[in-house]
Design a binder for this molecule. Structure first.
Ligand code: ATP
Ligand code: MG
Length: 562
């Protein structure tokens, strides 16, 4: 028990105290995306943290679009974000909330501040406002409009709302303290005039609230108790508190900041991802090399793997970059007991068993996934056909092998996984010196399941290779990925552009898979033994043209701490 308490992260500790002090009855958290791009893995951290807390404390989790800024918002983004949050399993009770639905209340809140003498209409130009604001080392000075009467402010603000002034000519400012050491508190702008059509409210408003004013009001209206955001808002917290106090909410929400999630070798940050999409560096927001949630899903990551990842990463106030290998570790661990293990040859070359009867076909029973027992399942067995002509991996043959190469080379014997021992007897090459056919003979006595290897005097082989029956193999396009950014050479080039890895995508057009993969459904994931985990692409795969994405290889460079 003591240990459990000690391992609670700082946000849980804050909530525990608040509950112990009776500050709140029910915990309410929220995820407040701006609909100006697709969600990425950093957002998943925020979603799972907020939703996880609501779940843990038996509270509520809200999905609320922060759509107070009408310039950049798009319906496409709203839809993708809702889909992503649902996919992660964060339950918002099917109720999508919009900050723009509170514009009336925000207007009323501004009026309330004016009436309290806590807000005024200012007519300084943007340049003057900047000038008056002061600097980090010098205090600002008061606007000449600061001491207008309440009546005058009310009339002006109403006229602003009614469209009587041009865009940018006036603003409403909170009246706080121009000498505050925190620049955010130097009479921040809370409303501006901007004639822009809003995707929800249309042309109803020509004044729009600023983020720092709108956000605490949105939280308070929804009864949010803990408003969790990232560290860049730390300096804004005094303003957040000022707003909820001056507006006299009975149970004011509390802002808590944590460190953003960053990953090595990938591009996080909506602005950067957007640029890659717009520049055509990647094929859309769901290009599997990106870490948008749409891309991770298409790549074959599961919500469970992301949850495990976020648990491993933890929640803290210290900024750091997490090794991408840790994310790979999590999807591997998740799929290990779930995904069937099949044979697939990525770069095929024919293997002809010269002493195997031409018209014969055998069937071998192969276990689908011995690790399924770890999740209490029996993955069963499947039948795999075998005949005279097979495909094997090009790299499993060498004309002149180096030391310790135990796979196919002239004279050597290997085990064909689940089938027979075969001995390489020769090979053919084309005019370019490329191997086109490998010849071998098989030993019928070594049939898998015959107990041959336990017999006295049985020959031992060191190599086992996978294969696919040429007669019924399914052809597939396989896409292999590496990280987009070449971090080894440094993330940025000398001119400040991102240093892309030229090998981030490799397309293999002629992979050969076991017959059971015919017609595999988009989103279906398997392990191709020795080659990694793969998923059927949800965008480009069709019944006629199977396309697989490699989710992750089998080898891990990440070791979890024990
Ligand atoms: P970006 O920095 O990628 O442009 P953003 O913060 O502008 O993202 P919003 O839509 O405003 O995107 O963010 C919604 C929520 O997600 C905010 O609470 C924000 O703090 C959080 N968030 C954004 N990026 C990360 C990250 N890398 N790690 C954790 N939380 C994040
Ligand atoms: Mg933002």
């Amino acid at each position: 028990m003591a240990e459990e308490v000690a391992s609670r992260h700082f946000i849980e500790q804050i909530i525990d105290e608040d509950l112990a002090e009776g500050k709140y009855e029910k915990i309410v958290t929220r995820f407040p995306p701006e609909p100006n791009g697709y969600l990425h893995i950093g957002h998943a951290k925020s979603i799972l943290l907020n939703y996880g807390l609501a779940e843990e404390y038996n509270g509520l989790f809200n999905l609320r679009f922060d759509d107070t800024n009408p310039t950049k918002e798009r319906e496409e983004f709203v839809n993708s974000i809702v889909a992503d949050v649902e996919w992660l399993g964060a339950d918002f009770r099917g109720e999508v909330l919009y900050a723009s639905n509170y514009f009336d209340q925000m207007y009323e809140a501004a009026v309330k501040l004016i009436k309290k003498g806590k807000a005024y209409v200012c007519e300084l130009t943007p340049e003057e406002i900047r000038e008056y604001r002061g600097t980090l080392t010098e205090p600002g000075k008061n606007s000449p409009y600061r001491d207008r009467s309440v009546e005058e402010n009310l009339a002006l603000f109403e006229a602003m709302k009614n469209g009587e002034y041009p865009d940018g000519s006036k603003v409403l400012r909170a009246k706080i303290d121009m000498a505050s050491p925190n620049i955010n508190m130097r009479d921040p702008i809370i409303y501006r005039i901007a004639r822009m059509t809003h995707h929800n409210t249309g042309d109803k408003w020509c004044i729009y609230p600023m983020y720092d004013f709108a956000h605490p009001i949105e939280d308070a209206i929804e009864g949010v108790t803990h408003s969790i955001c990232t560290l860049e808002f730390e300096d804004h917290r005094p303003l957040y508190n000022w707003v909820v106090e001056e507006l006299e909410y009975p149970h004011p929400p509390k802002q808590i900041e944590f460190a953003k999630l960053y990953l090595t070798d990938v591009v996080t940050g909506k602005r950067y991802i957007k640029k890659l999409v717009e520049d055509g560096v990647v094929d859309g927001w769901d290009d599997p090399r990106l870490v948008t949630l749409a891309a991770l899903r298409r790549r074959g990551f599961t919500p469970e793997s992301l949850k495990t990842f976020m648990k491993l990463v933890g929640v803290s106030k210290a900024q750091s970059s997490v090794d991408y290998a840790m994310l790979e570790y999590c999807i591997r661990e998740d799929l290990k007991p779930k995904a069937d293990r099949l044979m697939g040859v990525l770069d095929p070359v024919k293997l002809v068993i010269d002493n195997y009867p031409e018209d014969m076909t055998e069937e071998f029973e192969i276990e689908n996934n011995p690790d399924a027992v770890n999740i209490g399942k029996d993955a069963g067995k499947r039948k795999v056909t075998f005949s005279r002509e097979l495909y094997v991996e090009r790299e499993d043959f060498m004309e002149e092998p180096p030391k310790k190469y135990f796979r196919l080379f002239p004279g050597n014997e290997v085990r064909l996984k689940g089938a027979y021992f075969v001995r390489c007897t020769g090979f053919e090459k084309d005019d370019d010196g490329k191997v086109t056919v490998i010849h071998c003979t098989y030993d019928p006595e070594t049939r898998s399941g015959s107990g041959y290897e336990e017999k006295e005097g049985a020959r031992k082989v060191k190599g086992t290779i996978h294969w696919v029956n040429a007669r019924d193999a399914v052809t597939a396009e396989v896409r292999l990925y590496e990280n987009l950014i070449d971090e080894e050479k440094g993330k940025l080039n000398d001119d400040g552009t991102l240093n892309f890895n030229p090998n981030s995508l490799t397309v293999l057009k002629d992979a050969k898979l076991e017959a059971c993969m015919a017609g595999a459904k988009p989103g279906y994931s398997v392990q191709l033994i020795r080659n990694g985990y793969f998923t059927v692409d949800t965008k480009d795969s069709t019944g006629e043209h199977l396309v697989l994405n490699r989710i992750v290889g089998l080898k891990s460079s990440y070791k979890p701490a024990q």
